[in-house]
Design a protein around this ligand. Structure first.
Ligand code: PLP
Length: 373
């Protein structure tokens, strides 16, 4: 039996090979490997797609989170609120700038930050008085935007910055606004497995604020000032490679079609799985980018074992919430601090998801899940 890839980048490459190869060759011919013309073109197309005034590309999704924290001057004495149920980068950047991460619980069916729990934590930090509530990094887990109506309202009322960690959700939307325009600052990742991925590391920041953009442009190149060797602030080497920009440009030509295909794949999964497991919920007005199709079940491990037996790969995103990680647990009160995240970690299972997944394969996967569930 043919093995099923979890994400099929080969099938995609077969389709876009000519434009990818031609784009890379153009870069090799002109030789502007650092911040070449493809980078600016990529930023222009990405901003237009997202509906944001600016887009600045960077070297990874992690740097896309880190640079705005630096530009906002967030550091020691500041509290930054993050969902505990996320990838490590969301929490890591907070500690890298010297701020204090505050882990917030998630919604049990949407996987995203629970805004009521967030409000409780903000109030508790204010009461404690040792740290200033400065920012929230909301994560659009598995591709589904978080509740930005509630998040924007809370952050405005509390005078906090709001960063959308859209590493998994570029291409998603909320009430006709695309990811990139849902929060004042959005950070995405072009890691190869993301809905819009390059062939290495990369990322981008979306924003409308001109002054903040200026700071980010400087931070991206070692805190450079107006002239090349003037150092205006502490920065990073966080440039997006020109060759990777050429890859993104080629992939943008098929991106919308791929997003539609992801919706179809998700719909077929949901229909075929029925009530055998808990399937992802998409509230009215939301569009997921479907980075992952993640089911919930008390029989998660048995289902994963049955799928493995049938040659079908699965993944657990994420087995341990951030507040229980060795590197981060000192900033939380241990087991029980985020009960929903802890339960999700025991019950989630992500199935193969990509735009080139065929109907017959989805049916085969669902049959194994139904039997094992
Ligand atoms: C939620 C989330 N945030 C941040 C990142 C970091 O992105 P990158 O791997 O491009 O640094 C990822 C990537 O895996 C992610 O899933």
């Amino acid at each position: 039996m043919a093995t099923i890839p979890f994400i099929d980048l080969k099938a995609q490459y077969e389709l876009i090979k000519d434009s990818v190869n031609a784009g890379i060759k153009r870069v090799l011919d002109h030789g502007q490997y650092i911040l070449g013309p493809e980078v600016a073109e990529c930023e222009k197309r990405l901003a237009a797609l997202a509906g944001s005034k600016h887009c600045i590309t960077v070297s990874s999704g992690t740097d896309a989170l880190m640079a705005p924290l630096m530009a906002l001057g967030i550091g020691p004495g500041d509290a930054v609120f993050v969902p505990s149920f996320t990838f490590t980068a969301t929490a890591e950047v907070v500690l890298l700038v010297g701020a204090r991460p505050i882990y917030v619980d998630s919604d049990s069916r949407l996987f995203n930050i629970d805004v009521n729990d967030l409000a409780r934590h903000v109030a508790a930090v204010k009461k404690e008085g040792t740290h200033r509530p400065r920012a929230v990094i909301a994560v659009d887990l598995f591709g589904l935007p978080a509740d930005y109506a509630a998040l924007n309202k809370l952050c405005e009322a509390e005078g906090m910055a709001l960063i959308d960690d859209a590493a998994q959700s570029f291409g998603g939307a909320l009430h006709n606004k695309r990811v990139g325009a849902l929060a004042p600052i959005t950070a995405t990742s072009f890691f190869p497995a993301k809905p819009l991925g390059c062939y290495g590391d990369g990322g981008a920041i979306f924003l409308d604020d001109d002054a903040l953009l200026e700071s980010l442009v400087s931070i991206r190149v070692h805190g450079q000032g107006r002239s090349k060797y003037e150092v205006e602030r502490v920065g990073l080497n966080a440039r997006f490679d020109t060759i990777q920009a050429a890859v993104i440009l080629a992939k943008l030509d098929v991106f919308e079609r791929e997003l539609d295909r992801r919706q179809d794949v998700a719909a077929q999964y949901t229909k075929a799985l029925g009530n055998a497991v808990e399937t992802p919920q998409i509230p009215a007005g939301y569009r997921s980018a479907w980075a992952q199709y993640t089911i919930l079940s008390d029989r998660r491990d048995a289902i994963a074992a049955a799928l493995k037996e049938a040659g079908i790969p699965t993944a657990i995103y994420y087995p341990t919430p951030m507040h229980l990680q060795t590197a981060y647990r000192q900033y939380a009160s241990g087991e029980g601090a985020c009960p929903v995240a802890e339960r999700l970690a025991k019950r989630v299972l992500s199935l193969p998801m990509h735009p080139y997944l065929e109907s017959a394969t989805i049916e085969r996967i669902c049959e194994v899940v139904r039997r094992a569930a």
